[in-house]
Write a protein that binds this ligand. Structure first.
Ligand SMILES: [Fe+2]
Ligand SMILES: [Fe+2]
Length: 146
C-alpha cells in the first residue's frame, strides 16, 4: 500500500488498518502452509472481538457521520462491515470462510484507506476530526481496562 498523507487526528484509526492487513497476511500463510482451519477461525474470532469491533464502532460513530448515512461510500462500507461480521462469526466451512475473510477484509481496508478516509479528510471539520481522535482514545482506554 503506498503511504498516503493522513491527517494527524485520523492516524490512530488509520494505523489499525495495518493490524487488519497483518491478520490477512497470517491467514494467507496458514492457508498455503495447511494450518488447522478451526484454530485459525478461533484466532479470527479473537481478533474480531479485541480489535475489529471497536474499530468498526469508531468508524460508524465518528468517521462515517462526517460524510452522512446517504453517502454511497458510507453505504458500501457499512454493508462490508455487516458482511465481514457474518464471516468472522461463522463456524461452518472454515477453509472457505478464512479465504473470504482474507480477501474481503483486505479489499475493505484498501477501499477505506484509498477512497473513504481520503474523502473524509477532505471534507471533515477540525471539530469532527477531534471527535474521531477523542473517541479512539476513549475506546482504546476501555480496551485496556477490559
Ligand atoms: Fe471499516
Ligand atoms: Fe477501517
Amino acid at each position: 500500500m503506498p503511504p498516503l498523507e493522513r491527517h494527524a487526528l485520523l492516524r490512530p484509526v488509520s494505523r489499525e488498518h495495518y493490524d487488519g492487513l497483518m491478520l490477512c497476511w497470517h491467514i494467507r500463510r496458514a492457508l498455503t502452509q495447511g494450518g488447522d482451519p478451526d484454530a485459525q477461525m478461533r484466532a479470527c474470532a479473537d481478533f474480531y472481538h479485541t480489535h475489529l469491533l471497536s474499530h468498526f464502532a469508531i468508524e460508524e460513530e465518528a468517521v462515517f457521520p462526517v460524510l452522512g448515512a446517504e453517502d454511497p461510500l458510507v453505504k458500501r462500507a457499512l454493508a462490508e462491515h455487516r458482511r465481514l461480521t457474518r464471516l468472522f462469526m461463522a463456524w461452518e466451512d472454515p477453509l472457505r470462510n478464512l479465504s473470504l475473510i482474507e480477501e474481503e477484509l483486505e479489499a475493505h481496508i484498501r477501499f477505506e484507506e484509498r477512497v473513504l478516509f481520503q474523502r473524509v479528510q477532505e471534507v471533515a471539520t477540525e471539530e469532527e476530526l477531534e471527535r474521531i481522535d477523542r473517541l479512539h482514545g476513549l475506546l482504546a482506554g476501555a480496551e485496556l481496562l477490559s
